[in-house]
Design a protein around this ligand. Structure first.
Ligand code: MTE
Length: 306
């Protein structure tokens, strides 16, 4: 399962926004066309509709969303990914969708972007560490991609794998985690319309530190399920391994649903601090998305299946 994937990278690096804008101006002035399919971090996304399930709670400021990150391949301090992922090459990019599927295949990013209309999904996000944010993601339901490959009746789970290149991610060796980062969902969780593949936030393509060019967002689960910079998705009959479960199975289980009634072995999960707020607020079961997703877990012991 943990096969390293090395996409053929040809562009020297993702262009910072200012340089990109300057380049665009230069190209416009010189009459040259932009190379189709090149998506830079921080590029405005057009034609984005308002998606369902959005919260009207105050959105966490862009600066906090993009400088307070967990992306261990680029360092374990919250401010490191924003600095160390700057040169991360995300174009060209492909995602292989394989395993128990009638039509397994690779998608390039252009194809991914056209699978379904892009929607803004303003989701509450809850990190297992006890903080939370409200993020206006842009993406589309994960099920739109999975349906393309036609999962067979053997497929019961979905496993995800992040890009990993120690040359571009030298900090990864101090991360204390096995890489590439892997995550998993049950197939019915993955097909749920709340689970999205995000390609942007705050109206623009994803900054590298937030998982460019494509990452998972599962708002009723702890943030670590939201695997970043995905290169491989595999349909399987067996429950997949996940990075945090491999690192510490006592503390991190497969399900990882937000649940104020089930404490982390080392701290309570009853409350959370919304980034930017002083007082803690109560954590909601399934992060407040119980009306939509509780049915997925009917009859299950959520203490045993943490
Ligand atoms: N994906 C990869 N590849 N590597 C990581 O270290 N960290 C996870 C998740 N996805 C992580 C990852 C954790 S612990 C969290 S809380 C979220 O990304 C954070 O996402 P954000 O930085 O966009 O808020």
């Amino acid at each position: 399962m943990l096969i390293r994937h090395t996409p053929d990278l040809s562009y020297s690096q993702v262009t910072p926004k200012e340089a990109y804008l300057n380049r665009r101006r230069f190209l416009a002035a010189s009459g040259a066309a932009l190379v189709p399919g090149m998506l830079f971090a921080g590029t405005k996304l057009n034609g984005v509709g308002k998606g369902p399930f959005g919260t009207t709670e105050t959105q966490t400021p862009y600066d906090a969303v993009t400088t307070y990150n967990n992306f261990y391949e680029f360092g374990t301090d919250k401010d490191q990914p924003a600095k160390l992922a700057r040169g991360f090459r995300t174009s060209p990019w492909t995602v292989a969708v394989e395993g128990d599927a009638a039509k397994p295949r690779k998608f390039d990013l252009d194809e991914v972007m056209k699978l379904a209309p892009l929607e803004e999904r303003i989701y509450r996000m809850r990190c297992v560490e006890g903080w939370s944010m409200v993020i206006p993601w842009i993406g589309f339901p994960l099920n739109a991609l999975l349906k393309q490959v036609e999962p067979t009746s053997k497929a019961k789970f979905v496993t995800f794998e992040s890009f990993y290149d120690p040359k571009q991610m030298p900090q990864a060796r101090y991360g204390g985690l096995p890489f590439p980062y892997v995550e998993g969902l049950r197939l019915d969780e993955a097909m749920h319309p709340l689970a999205i593949l995000a390609v942007g936030l705050y109206g623009e393509t994803l900054p590298n530190q937030n998982g460019a060019p494509l990452r998972l967002v599962v708002p009723w689960k702890y943030g670590f399920k939201g695997i970043k910079s995905i290169v491989k998705i595999r349909l399987t009959s067996k429950m997949p391994q996940t990075t945090w479960n491999l690192a510490n199975s006592r503390e991190y289980g497969f399900y990882s649903n937000v649940n104020p009634e089930v404490d982390h072995p080392r701290w309570s999960q009853a409350k959370e601090r919304r980034i930017g707020e002083f007082f803690k607020r109560n954590t909601l079961k399934f992060n407040g998305y119980g009306d939509q997703v509780a049915g997925l877990y009917a009859g299950m012991d959520l203490k045993a299946n943490y």
